[in-house]
Design a binder for this molecule. Structure first.
Ligand SMILES: [Zn+2]
Length: 267
C-alpha cells in the first residue's frame, strides 16, 4: 500500500485555477481514483493553495473515503485579502467532516522577481500559528528561500511543530536541520531527473522513516513520463526508484513511507 501525500486532483480535473470543481467532477475523479487503487495508491492527500482550491480539496475528501485535504495559502497565491482567508480557514477547521489533515501548502517563494519577502513571511508565520493552534502538521513550499524557511521554523520549534518539506530540493545540511525540527522530506518526480545527483545523495543518506512520497500531480511527472500530466498512481514509480537507489526492497519503501505518512497526518 502506498500514499500520495501531496497532489492536486482538484487542479488535474479543470483548466482554471481558483474556480469551483465542475458539476460532473465525479465522472473524472472516480476512474482516476480507481486507477490509483490498482497501482496500490490507496490513500491520497489533496493540498490546498488558496481558499477556493482548499474548498475543492475538501469537497473531494468528502466524496471519497480514501481522500483527505489540507488547507492553506501558497506564498504565490497570498494577496491583501490574506487575513480574511485565514478567517475562512478557521471556519473550515471547525467542521471535522471537512477531513482537514494539515495546513499547506504554505511557505516562502523568492523565485519571481516581484516577490515581497516581509509580506510572505508574515502570511507564512500566521499559518504556522494556525497549524499549531489546531495541532496539525504543516506542508511547506520553499523555493529559493531555504534559509529563511528554516530560520522561521526554528523560532516555532516545539512539541507540536511538525510537517513535511514538500518537493524537497535542498541539500543534506538543510535536510538535517528540517529533520531535527520534526519535519519529514517529501519526494516525487524530481528524484528521477538525470541532473539531480545531489538530491539522490540526500535521499540515500537520510533515515528511510523521514521520507514520504508525493507526486505533486499534475506537475513534476517522473522522468519516464516527462511531458505528460502527472498522476497520483505514479507514486508506484517513485517508490520503485527510491528502493533501487537505496538498494532495498520495494516493500520496505512502501511500508515505511506509508507508516510515516499515516502517523504524520493521522490518516
Ligand atoms: Zn503542490
Amino acid at each position: 500500500m502506498l500514499i500520495d501525500t501531496h497532489c492536486h486532483i482538484n487542479i488535474m480535473i479543470k483548466k482554471d485555477f481558483d474556480v469551483p470543481l465542475p458539476q460532473n467532477f465525479k465522472e473524472l475523479t472516480t476512474p482516476l481514483i480507481e486507477d490509483c487503487k490498482h497501482a496500490g495508491v490507496t490513500k491520497i492527500i489533496n493540498v490546498g493553495t488558496s481558499v477556493s482550491e482548499s474548498i475543492n480539496c475538501i469537497t473531494l475528501a468528502q466524496n471519497y473515503s480514501t481522500l483527505w485535504a489540507t488547507i492553506g495559502l501558497h506564498p504565490n497565491d497570498a494577496d491583501e485579502n490574506w487575513k480574511k482567508d485565514i478567517e475562512s480557514f478557521k471556519k473550515l477547521l471547525q467542521n471535522p467532516q471537512n477531513k482537514i489533515v494539515g495546513i499547506g501548502e504554505i511557505g516562502l517563494d523568492y523565485h519571481y522577481p516581484d516577490h515581497n519577502k516581509i509580506f510572505q513571511q508574515t502570511v507564512f508565520e500566521a499559518q504556522i500559528q494556525l497549524a499549531l493552534d489546531h495541532d496539525l502538521p504543516i506542508v511547506i513550499h520553499t523555493r529559493d528561500a531555504g534559509q529563511d524557511v528554516l530560520n522561521i521554523l526554528e523560532t516555532y520549534k516545539s512539541e507540536k511543530l511538525r510537517g513535511v518539506i514538500h518537493c524537497f530540493s535542498e541539500d543534506l545540511a538543510f535536510a538535517e536541520r528540517a529533520i531535527a525540527l520534526n519535519f519529514v522530506l517529501g519526494i516525487g518526480g524530481p528524484l528521477t531527473y538525470p541532473k539531480n545527483n545531489e538530491l539522490r545523495k540526500v535521499f540515500t543518506t537520510v533515515p528511510l522513516d523521514t521520507i514520504v512520497l508525493e507526486t505533486d500531480a499534475p506537475f513534476l511527472p517522473p522522468q519516464e513520463m516527462r511531458g505528460k500530466k502527472n498522476n497520483p498512481a505514479n507514486i508506484k514509480i517513485i517508490a520503485h526508484y527510491l528502493a533501487k537507489i537505496r538498494n532495498i526492497s520495494f516493500e520496505t519503501v512502501a511500508h515505511t513511507t506509508t507508516d510515516t505518512a499515516e502517523k504524520l497526518f493521522k490518516i
